[in-house]
Design a protein around this ligand. Structure first.
Ligand code: GAP
Length: 432
């Protein structure tokens, strides 16, 4: 894991949040490569979930919501972690995190530790809204992005042609007062989620059918992104660990460097959200089937994935050390840069000029990097470390034969390609 953290810092993927002020626990900033990777991941997810499906639409709801929405969804009451406190130093830990508790006990060496009984701690993050000091009202930053979708259920029904079964997709930030953020970005206090709320008829068989469908759909997606099969598994939640809203819950877990851990969740939320919002807002949340005339409150099968967590596991899975090099074997669709262009020598103006023309031609079509530092070996090394699938070198022969050398990240094989055909050659390769 240290290798991944160090690569992320060194190559501009992820930096500790507000680092120059000593950081802020549980926050992370994505750098030049990390922000591209994150965008590619979210775009790919959106394409699969919204663009390529006629049963799905998207929304982008506000982070700040009327606090009543959080009462309705049960979060003010039930979004809690059980905490125990060390009676020696008063540090608090999640009662269910045995490893951290043991580590802490070890840190006190020979002293005998006593712990308090577990106490419930609400993990919603509060904020103050308003301009007049004593009239500011307390609101919550969303603890999950789900609520913004549920409160817009009627708006979506009334403004589109969706018919059950259909889904509403959303990507956005969520905030949790995690007691022990850790394992790099795995558990953060500010993170992003990609979710689908898929509304179905309230029927047990339908519920099971769509729950199974989404489990398979999500597992297949991660496999299609190249995550190794042996590193993924399902884990069903036991009755006593399910969130307050869930009738059924399964995690997709990843075999992380610190052990199997939750990657994303598929939850059968039943009619929990819509019924509660109906109750608290007084707005009718039912759906009328125009063919049968039936009226009902739909059930919701949710898929909820952390963007940051997915990105972290994609990085871990893609990281490989081969002889002299470190290479990120990221799916090409995810790679921050698709190609890098180098003049063989930075002090030969004729090479730089031609390389620059090629870069200018490629960059409107593909995210392209430019590198003229150091020698060619160092540039390959740097591009391998950020997962760039193709490196294009302009050498002295290029001035004569109007061809460049294209080197493949995974095979390290090199090919001469005519400059005039380069963009379409790369685009074709990147499609695969
Ligand atoms: N809407 C349902 C929901 O939020 P969850 O299991 O609490 O369910 C879903 O969260 C996903 O969000 C997790 O599987 C994980 O990928 C991500 N996630 C949750 N808490 C996180 C945190 N503190 N840091 C990073 N990602 C987190």
């Amino acid at each position: 894991m240290e290798k991944i953290v160090s690569l992320c810092k060194r190559r501009g993927f992820i930096f500790p949040g507000s680092e120059i002020y000593g950081g802020l626990a549980g926050t992370w900033d994505y750098g030049p490569t990390g922000s591209l990777l994150k965008k590619n991941l979210k775009d790919l997810w959106w394409r699969e979930m919204v663009q390529l499906r006629d049963d799905m639409v998207g929304v982008d709801a506000a982070i700040m919501m009327n606090p009543r929405a959080w009462e309705a969804s049960g979060h003010t009451e039930a979004f809690v972690d059980p905490l125990v406190e060390c009676k020696i130093c008063h540090q608090r830990f999640r009662a269910d995190n045995e490893e951290e508790i043991k580590n802490h006990e070890r840190s006190h060496k020979d002293k005998k530790i006593e712990w308090t009984e577990p106490k419930k701690f609400n993990i919603l993050v509060e904020a103050k809204l308003g301009v007049i000091e004593d009239q500011k009202s307390t609101i919550f930053l969303r603890g999950e992005i789900t609520n913004g979708v549920q409160v817009n259920f009627k708006n979506v029904l009334d403004s589109t042609r969706v018919k059950i079964p259909f889904g509403i997709a959303q990507v956005g930030k969520a905030f949790r007062n995690e007691i022990t953020p850790g394992n790099f970005t795995f558990r953060s206090r500010e993170f992003e989620q990609m979710e689908v709320q898929y509304y179905i008829k309230p029927d047990e068989a339908e519920g099971q059918k769509w729950f199974d469908y989404w489990k398979k759909n999500r597992m297949d997606w991660y496999l299609s992104l190249g995550i190794k099969k042996e590193n993924l598994r399902f884990r069903d939640h036991a009755d006593d660990e399910r969130a307050h809203y869930a009738r059924l819950a399964t995690d997709i877990e990843y075999s992380a460097p610190w052990g199997w851990n939750e990657f994303m969740g598929i939850h059968h939320r039943g009619d929990w959200d819509l019924r509660r919002h109906q109750e608290y807002s007084g707005v009718d949340m039912s759906y009328r089937d125009s063919q049968t005339g039936e009226t009902f409150i739909p059930w919701d099968i949710e898929t909820s994935a952390g963007v940051d967590r997915s990105l972290l596991f994609l990085l871990v899975d893609a990281y490989s050390e081969e002889d002299e090099r470190v290479v990120l074997k990221l799916d090409k669709r995810l790679a921050p840069y698709k190609a890098a262009v180098f003049p063989l020598l930075a002090n030969k103006p004729e090479l730089v000029k031609l390389a620059r023309e090629i870069y200018d031609d490629l960059s409107p079509r593909l995210m392209t990097a430019w590198d003229d530092r150091g020698n060619i070996g160092k540039r390959y090394y740097a591009q391998d470390e950020i997962g760039t699938p193709y490196c294009v070198t302009v050498d002295f022969d290029s001035l004569e034969d109007k061809k460049v050398t294209v080197r493949d990240r995974d095979t390290m094989k090199q090919e001469r390609v005519a400059i005039g055909e380069l963009a379409s050659y790369l685009e074709k390769k990147l499609e695969k």
